[in-house]
Write a protein that binds this ligand. Sequence first.
Ligand code: HEM
Length: 311
Amino acid sequence: MTNSLSEKAVGAQNNEPAIWTLAAEPCRGTVRSMEPVLPETLAERLFSGDSFAFGFGMQRPRQEWFGWDDPRQETLRDRHHWLSQEPQRHLAWTDEATPVLLEALALFPDAPFPKESSPHPDPRPDGLLKSLSLNWEPDLLLLRRDASGQFRLVAGAVCFPSAWDLREKLGKTVDAIHADVPTLNATLGARIRAFLDRLQPGQTFERDNWGLTAHGERNAHPDRNLPRLTDDATLDTTWLRLEHQAFRALPNSGGLLFAIHLTVHPLERVLQAPGARNQLATQLRSMPEAIAAYKGILPARDALVRQLESR
Ligand code: HEM
């Protein structure tokens, strides 16, 4: 089985929109469920520290990323929906992506699609992207070294972006991709480059990003114009977005797989953990204004801090 797509027409060229019809049923892939994320433990994991700083926070994985046994249908249904409704918004590739995609597919020894040894029935980048992204819970980004040795984004399937557009990032280096994030390149850029250069094949590392939103939607693509946090935000109408990320070097293609497993949680639930209210208040109060604006928190910051400190 490859996936439940039936293809009407596929844009093989970069940026050419692909038009697909998908079978009515969501795919029956057998991807392993990611470990459940317990909101009660999130505050300690995400809001520690005396003041806010973008953290490198790289560590050995706490969960199995590349297993293949038990699908979480709700997430896959959501992926299926966005990939069928808005494929040109959520999928992007260049022609250089094929070797990296084939190697990424081979990370799943139990997966029901062909491995490197048996040629894929649709070895074009878009066919390979569909095989993986319709069956695996995380969003995925594939990078490849250019002639100067820098990683550039060559393909992606991103159904649940946190307010950024995949199409604007295709072909760019990691530094250029991060250029819109205030202070990130200045504070962590060199460390990110060194980490990616030294990542050993066979090793997986992971880290987290978090954000706050006024909605519980997984897909926060900017084109959706979802409600934004405002100065009348309340704790019980605010959501925590957790991006759990994995990095894996792909030795044969010289590529890199960057996976993002997104979960959303009612903030009130996360705040039930002891000390969580104070910890989040500290993070929000100390967040530099430009970063709070980038994260969409600035208009709501004072209101949220007041409520966090009032109980
Ligand atoms: C290797 C270590 C990396 C670290 C420590 C890191 C860190 C970060 C941080 C802190 C943010 C801001 C998130 C927020 O607060 O909302 C960010 C944004 C982002 N990162 Fe990374 N990142 C890394 C690697 C990568 C790689 C390899 C890619 C590959 C494409 C990538 C793509 C992005 C994108 C697309 C955004 C959103 C940018 C936007 O809003 O325009 N990152 N990253």
